[in-house]
Write a protein that binds this ligand. Sequence first.
Ligand SMILES: Cc1cc2nc3c(=O)[nH]c(=O)nc-3n(C[C@H](O)[C@H](O)[C@H](O)COP(=O)(O)O)c2cc1C
Length: 184
Amino acid sequence: MPLNILISYHSDYNNTEKMAQAIAAGAKAATDTNIISKQAIHTELDDLVAADLILFGTPVHMGSMAWQLKQLIDKTGKLWMENMLEGKVGGVFATGGGFGGGGGGVEATMISLYSNFLEQGMIVIGFPKSLPGYADAGLQWGPYARCGNHEGMPQSISDSQLIAARSYGGHVAETAFQLLKNPL
Ligand SMILES: Cc1cc2nc3c(=O)[nH]c(=O)nc-3n(C[C@H](O)[C@H](O)[C@H](O)COP(=O)(O)O)c2cc1C
């Protein structure tokens, strides 16, 4: 039985979308998967219910997640009432300008996504530092690509940052598969 993966993200300028694509490629290479990848504003509650593994990605907007993803999360109250997401696996990824070198709010953003997953009774999977790409775009929470320069201007996500996204995609898919599809 393949692992059903939903990658739901927001992206205005394609950086987070490219990360979503790299995560999907890593997951596909790692195990037997059905992958649906879509913008948060096009994501339905049924997409969440059908998934075994849910990956949320967002650019950092004013120190927190993009409203488009928060809007989707706020619609999941009905699923919380009915325990519909319990036992599913979750992971997160993000991009940001990161002006000032402190991350520009990315850690708060990623942790708050995990808080939503844990509130739903989901199992969450971070990003081990031994995996490829971590040194360029790794946080323990998941891959994070800094897409801004020292003048605070946007710059495109780099190939080395996409390597981190790809390796995280492989890691979460493989781990979720072992947890949910391959019981001892
Ligand atoms: C409205 C807005 C607010 C932003 N706020 C932050 C911020 O608080 N921290 C940060 O690191 N980057 C911030 N950025 C930069 C974006 O997170 C960054 O450019 C990101 O890579 C864009 O992702 P996208 O290409 O997927 O849209 C902001 C960008 C916009 C458009």
